[in-house]
Design a protein around this ligand. Structure first.
Ligand code: CP
Length: 353
């Protein structure tokens, strides 16, 4: 058991804990000023190894609105990472300056790896194409405030489902709420990874995989659009992959009470003309990110829920995922979780065939 309430993956926490953060986020949205001294004297570090607008600035705004202060970098080239410093040393040092640390890193499993050497709680702000749990909290608050419920919804998830970490975190968590159904809409090359489909199934939710966005639209309570994650294609072209664009004309296919979410940034997946439709909630979604992250910072600093992050060490097994942090940071212990006959990497969740 580690010493801190690290938020690496919402799956590490009971559903009641997630509901509590969402409920608290809703209260903070209405009564923001009442929370203005909750983190007085506390320091938040934001370590962003890859670009961000919303996640970084909403965390910073959240801490400032709670009365705390900030340190960090938004470009590793301006830190000693540029001199070759490893993740362990950067984490160890910054965690001795801060009370809580938010990390985004392009390498899968890096937030969990950082938790191994951190002397303060770590929040995963996106680890490569793997997970983005605080985006999910933002999404949940938006859905709850729009629909009044997180259960019994038909949820369309469209775009780059292979590399879209926001869709992985969202489907893992929403499948824990009873009665939700998923429609995964993507080009075959960018379909939802098997391990996410297995989790959705194991949580008792139905899903279907289809190609046509138009066919899905009339069935949906929520459409979650995502962009193609070009930065994860490792030099390969995405030119041959079919793109999805939600146009204003297509809105006539949607129910009047359906909502449209997008984690943003948008490239061209949603026509600008859609923005004025009352069902378009994506700018509100970005705004709610501040409130739910305020709720999360308060909860994590209470440090009441340290969770088990690592399971079985197998120094002889090398994770099969080339994008796993254990491939880059060679000093890390190789750790796996057993499910049935299979082992799954504790850092990146890749199955070890
Ligand atoms: N949704 C999201 O993670 O946006 P940023 O990349 O701008 O942080």
């Amino acid at each position: 058991m580690n010493k801190f309430t690290h938020l690496i993956d919402l799956d590490d926490f009971p559903i009641e804990y997630i509901k509590k953060i969402v409920k608290s986020g809703a209260d903070i949205a209405l009564n923001t000023d009442e929370y203005s001294e909750c983190c007085k004297g506390k320091v938040l570090a934001t370590l962003f190894y890859e670009p961000s607008t919303r996640t970084q600035m909403s965390f910073q705004t959240a801490m400032l609105r709670l009365g705390g202060t900030l340190i960090g970098f938004d470009n590793p080239e301006t830190s000693s990472v540029a001199k070759g410093e490893n993740l362990k040393d950067t984490t160890k040092v910054v965690s001795s300056y801060a009370d809580i640390m938010v990390m985004r890193n392009p390498v899968e499993g890096s937030a969990k790896a950082a938790a191994l050497s951190s002397d303060c709680p770590i929040i995963n702000a996106g680890d490569g194409g793997h997970l983005h749990p605080t985006q999910t909290l933002t999404d949940l608050l938006t859905i709850k405030l729009a629909h009044g419920q997180l259960e019994n919804l038909t949820i369309g998830v469209c775009g780059d489902l292979k590399y879209g970490r926001t869709t992985h975190s969202l489907c893992k968590t929403l499948s824990k709420f009873s009665g939700n159904k998923f429609i995964f809409i993507s080009a075959p090359e960018l379909s939802m990874p098997d391990y996410i489909k297995d989790i959705v199934k194991a949580n008792g939710c139905e899903f279907e995989e289809i190609y046509s966005l138009e066919d899905a639209l009339p069935k949906l309570d929520m459409l979650y659009m995502t962009r193609i994650q070009r930065e994860r294609f490792a030099g390969k072209s995405d030119a041959a992959i079919d793109k999805y664009i939600l146009t204003k004309d297509m809105l006539r296919l949607m129910r009047p009470d359906a909502i449209i979410l997008h984690p943003l940034p948008r490239v061209d997946e949603i026509e600008i003309a859609v923005d004025d439709d009352p069902r378009a909630k994506y700018f509100l979604q970005a705004k709610y990110g501040v409130y739910v992250r305020m709720a999360l910072i308060i909860e994590v600093l209470k440090n009441e829920n340290p969770v088990k992050l690592f399971h079985e060490e197998h120094s002889d097994i090398i994770c099969k995922n080339e994008k796993c942090v254990t491939r880059k940071e060679k000093y890390l212990p190789h750790s796996f979780r057993r499910k049935g006959d299979m082992l799954f990497c504790d850092y990146c969740e890749a199955a070890q065939p």
